[in-house]
Design a protein around this ligand. Sequence first.
Ligand code: CTP
Length: 452
Amino acid sequence: MNNLYKNVKNINIPDNALDILNKLSEAGFEAYIVGGCVRDSLLGREPMDWDITTNAHPLEVKKLFKRTIDTGIKHGTVTVMKGQEGYEVTTYRVDGDYKDHRHPESVTFTPMLREDLRRRDFTINAMAWNPDKGLVDEFGGIDDLNAGIIRCVGDPMERFDEDALRILRALRFSAQLGYDIEEDTARAAKTLSDTLQRVSAERIQTELIKIMTSDRPTRLLEGRELGINKVILPELDEAIACDQNTPHHQWNVGEHSLRAAETIRNDKILRLSMLLHDIGKPSCKTTDEAGIDHFKGHAEVGAEMANNILRRLKMDNASIKKICLLVRYHDIMMKTEPTDKLVRKMLSVIGPENLDDLISVKKADVSAQSSYMQEEKLLGIERLKDKALEIIERGDALCLADLAVKGADLIEAGIKPGKEMGDCLKAMLADVLNTPSHNTREYLLRHIKNYL
Ligand code: CTP
């Protein structure tokens, strides 16, 4: 065994969690921190939350602590409040039958810690620790942490059959930790991947975001082999199957997209934008006489598809709007000289507040293409950014609110509120984007007929 995890007597747990362990222990019960927090502590990662497992029954737990919440009494979970923080304390349990591939029909309490650990998904998640006993690792969790392996506890077919979400969690942990999925575990995942259909869109969204914001979004390529993508994101499989015979590219559409995601800053919106930026390509692909592939109109089609995909995943509206905008315009101004006029028009379409993100998307896109003209493309993006910043700095009008006339001025000039006024303001903006010097109240009102 690697030396890395020998010193497990010293997991650094927060005082509050330690107090809970001590109190349970003083009352004669067993109590351990368990699951993700043990795994993350051993890896030197900051645990998200500290779960506690105990042989005390929920009512006994409630008696011991002043402030508790009945989080899931039926499933043995009581949340113990310490200040503002809650700690889930769950009675050792074994799960009954899983009827829907997600939730146990019933749970039974057990006096044995081992039984509780045995029902958990992966060996690396099935360890418990307390300061007195140290690490309890009955299923080879430490060995798998050291070897970098995601392996189900016991029979993987049973673990995945109990809860289909675990299939996706296997891929997610492999992306987060850079671990391989053990052979039998991978085989079972593949066999049962269709059962992922019963997992809610919200859960799938959460896991997909965790994969995409991990250090290794390219692990989603393995999601194709495992049969996961065909359930959660079939469009990605089509992208992976879509070759790009053009000097600009060296990867298929899916791999290019995932590699681009891997290079961009770790932000949910940006990562998902890269995942989806070329999702329209497979349906727009044409091949010319020379055998070169083209993808005309893919950004537009991609934005529509991204919208459908993200709605299907129950993403929030603000995120959907932003991602679709970045997908739609990821290719804008790539082949044109960034003149003042064109860059103003671009800014008016994307909104100056989105410039930084659009530039990041463009750079990540180019970085995951071939080396053909890559330098020139990256320089072009820099020039576009400089020009855009210059225009923003100068204060050129970019939206209706920047116009030198307001609605009231137009009413005074005899324009009817509603469509007529809207069209007039839009025409004024179009003119001002071309010629900023026209943006004076005097000029616009004097030429009002031109805008009707
Ligand atoms: N668990 C499980 N099957 C699941 C979900 C969770 O067996 N489908 C068990 C695992 O032992 C896991 C623990 O419950 O470690 C806590 O689950 P959760 O908080 O969802 O995940 P973590 O492992 O803590 O990982 P993360 O916080 O990164 O989601």
